[in-house]
Design a protein around this ligand. Structure first.
Ligand code: TRP
Length: 336
């Protein structure tokens, strides 16, 4: 294998509000990568329309995700930030990958099964080939590292399979072997109403999640209202057993305070949730307050935001187009 430039790519869908889950589980972990890698962060609007999106809402959510990234510490001077639809190489390479990936591979994707539900016949074709587009996102830049959560690992495996099949079908060493970046401390944030399901922007209950558009008051209220049990906290995580809601709140506390969950548990040994939640509410407000306020400020400055996205798309295009041209050469597309 030749040496590929160390490059990070990741994406967030602009479907619904950004939540505490997106922040703690993803974006927060990307901040530190900016100093070690060349970093590209993408608002994946092409992926969003695999399920229905109202156009005006999609437009707004695209800006919101970009604002959320910037407010959380993604620096447009260090990273490329753009929206996917504005760099056509993604869609073009995805088509080629539709012809490389096999039906059997896509049939195994668990996310499709979950999202399509019982009525597969009515799912969009886009939802089915979603993982090919994700592979194209990454490989359009020949990115080497992709920070993702556990739910995207299967898609990343598929990306590796596609890259490998492309290389071997065409007898080239063109696409790198993509490595996942899994963060030990990355927190899988669960719903505030049910500790067994993931915090999600599509949950019908507003109280199940903290949105990065919530103000300080609302953040505090939602934490205070979070579901818990009536037992006091034990000294260790293992003694928590299957108290899913309690575990979730401790994990959130640990992530927000950048401490070990065991240490947090020990701190609150023997104390009840009323006190714990009061402290967690204060902590959440102090960490998230500045981010949500910066995000609101950015959302009021659309000229600035759109400028960042447009410059990002230009820079992304500069990286992607020579790579796409080489792919066209390799595949045998005549470039007269
Ligand atoms: N599928 C990812 C998610 O839902 C988003 C995504 C799209 C992505 N393209 C990507 C993530 C490329 C990493 C790399 O979370």
């Amino acid at each position: 294998m030749k040496d590929f430039k160390q490059r990070v790519f990741s994406g967030v869908q602009p479907s619904g509000d950004l939540t505490l889950g997106n922040y703690l589980g993803a974006i927060k972990n990307w901040i530190g990568l900016q100093d070690t890698y060349e970093t590209i962060f993408c608002v994946v609007d092409l992926h969003a329309i695999t399920t229905w999106q109202e156009p005006d809402i999609l437009r707004n959510a695209t800006r919101e995700v970009a604002a959320g990234m910037i407010a959380s510490g993604i620096d447009p001077k260090k990273s490329i930030i753009f929206n996917q639809s504005q760099v056509s190489a993604h869609a073009e390479l995805a088509w080629i990958f539709n012809c490389v990936a096999r039906m059997g591979w896509l049939n195994r994707m668990t996310q499709f099964k979950e999202k399509a539900g019982k009525n597969k016949e009515r799912a969009s074709v886009g939802l089915y080939v979603y993982p090919d587009l994700m592979a194209a996102d990454i490989l359009t830049y020949r990115a080497t590292h992709v920070p993702v959560g556990a739910d995207q690992k299967q898609h990343l495996e598929l990306t590796r399979d596609i890259a490998q099949k492309f290389n071997s079908d065409y007898g080239v060493d063109f696409f790198p072997e993509v490595e996942p970046l899994i963060f030990g401390a990355a927190t899988r944030v669960m719903s505030l109403r049910d500790g067994n399901i993931k915090m999600s922007k599509s949950d019908p209950s507003e109280n199940s999640r903290i949105n990065l558009t919530d103000n300080r008051d609302l953040i505090s209220k939602k934490i205070q209202k979070a579901r818990t049990d009536s037992e006091p906290l034990p000294a260790t995580l293992s003694e928590l057993g299957d108290r899913a809601e309690a575990k979730n709140l401790i994990n959130i506390f640990a992530a927000l305070s950048e401490r070990d969950a065991e240490a947090v548990c020990l701190d609150y040994e023997g104390r009840g949730f009323a006190e714990f939640k009061r402290d967690l509410a204060d902590l959440s407000v102090s960490v998230l307050g500045p981010i949500t306020e910066e995000m609101a400020r950015l959302m009021n400055d659309k000229t600035y935001l759109d400028g960042i996205l447009s410059e990002g798309a230009n820079n992304a295009n500069k990286l992607a187009s020579p790579i796409l041209k080489q792919v066209q050469e390799i595949v045998g597309f005549l470039r007269p």
